[in-house]
Design a binder for this molecule. Structure first.
Ligand code: GAR
Length: 204
């Protein structure tokens, strides 16, 4: 069977990307990353890809007038690299219906909270402000809404009284690095069956 070809989209430091690179190197994830794309220049994610010998390209959002032309730039890079699964790993932009249709059912995202609670760009801040006792992370398929697609895997962590965004973020990130490669491997194995909002994990 042909290997799943991943295109990973990042905006910053790229630790989720690193967890995927490491899982492949350790034989826990049977896929290849053909390209890493970022929307900003000079970010750590590009350096991590470079170090791992992975093609990496900045599709600089600032060089494109509107969102659609920017996304056409992303899609043309993904197609040129033969990508079959788009993996959003700390990519801090909302994708338009155009992009989502191009890779319909083949885009995954990780969000640093237990969706459907605390979506958006400031999950840890919002969790701490609300006073919930448990948070975590969610891997989900991407649909046209924000943080709204069918949920694949989640992991929970406690929220402690003296947590800051940094301490909570670090605790959540540890779990992200475990569940994201796992979720991608389940996809690679053809074990994710999407039925409406539900993602069933089936035996092969
Ligand atoms: C991660 O916590 C990820 O869940 C979050 O950005 C961080 C990226 O870290 N993503 C979102 O908030 C998406 N809305 P990283 O750059 O070290 O992988």
């Amino acid at each position: 069977m042909a290997k799943e070809v991943l295109g990973v989209l990042c905006s910053g430091r790229g630790t989720d990307l690193q967890s995927i690179i490491d899982a492949i190197a350790e034989g826990k994830l049977d896929a290849e990353i053909s390209v890493v794309l970022t929307d900003k220049p000079d970010v750590m994610a590009l350096k991590r890809a470079e170090k791992a010998g992975i093609r990496n390209v900045c599709v600089n959002r600032k060089e494109y007038g509107d969102r659609e032309s920017f996304e056409r730039g992303l899609v043309s890079e993904l197609k040129a690299s033969g990508v079959t699964l788009v993996v959003l790993a700390g990519f801090m932009r909302i994708l338009s219906p155009y992009f989502v249709h191009e890779y319909s059912g083949r885009i995954m995202n990780i969000h640093p909270a237990l969706l459907p609670s605390f979506g958006g760009a400031h999950a840890h801040r919002d969790v701490l402000a609300y006073g919930v006792k448990v948070s975590g992370c969610t891997v989900h398929f991407v649909d046209e809404g924000m943080d709204s697609g069918p949920i694949i895997l989640q992991a929970a962590v406690p929220v402690l009284d003296d947590d800051t965004e940094e301490t909570l973020g670090a605790r959540v990130l540890e779990q992200e690095h475990i569940i994201y490669p796992k979720a991608i491997q389940l996809y690679v194995e053809g074990r994710l069956k999407v039925e409406g909002r539900h993602v069933r994990i089936v035996d092969r």
